[in-house]
Design a protein around this ligand. Structure first.
Ligand SMILES: [Fe+2]
Ligand SMILES: [Fe+2]
Length: 160
């Protein structure tokens, strides 16, 4: 890792791995969640996540970068934690509340990751790429907000 360009590429690949792992994990979370609003939120974010992954692929191909080859260990650990939790939850309401918290960890990781990537892109003069990534960042923020609202509105009370 020598310079900002290396940091940019590493961050791009990390997020590509994050989105790829999430495309696999979200359908499992839909199955394990109970509240219809939560299932719907996951299903919608799965569609967006697929697009996020494709967008990163496209950006990589435009820049001549291979997107594969860096596994995000943080994401792998977050998924493992979520899967362990799901097995231990005593009932549907507790499971939903915990799944939301685990999903929010992931969204926050994406929000900070895209935030850094966008700054690197701007510094490197890739302004159009930064704009495209900003739209992804907005969707990550909206997904996080929706999870927060779901937790506040009903799910946490039902888990009590
Ligand atoms: Fe994403
Ligand atoms: Fe996301």
């Amino acid at each position: 890792m020598k310079n900002l360009k290396d940091l940019f590429e590493t961050q791009l690949k990390d997020l590509y791995s994050v989105e790829s792992q999430l495309v696999e994990a979200l359908p499992k979370m839909v199955k394990k969640s109970h509240h219809p609003g939560l299932q719907k939120a996951f299903e919608e974010h799965l569609q967006e996540t697929q697009k996020h992954k494709e967008k990163l692929e496209k950006i990589c191909s435009e820049l001549g970068i291979k997107p594969e080859g860096k596994e995000s260990l943080a994401m792998k650990a977050m998924i493992a934690e979520a899967e362990q939790f799901v097995e231990k939850a005593a009932n549907d309401n507790v499971r939903d509340a915990g799944i939301i918290a685990h999903a929010q960890h992931v969204e926050h990781y994406e929000i900070s990751g895209y935030g850094a990537l966008i700054e690197y892109a701007k510094d490197l003069g890739h302004d159009a790429i930064a704009d495209r990534l900003l739209r992804t960042l907005d969707q990550e923020r909206s997904a996080d907000d929706e999870l927060k609202q779901l937790a506040k509105s009903r799910i946490n009370q039902e888990a009590q």
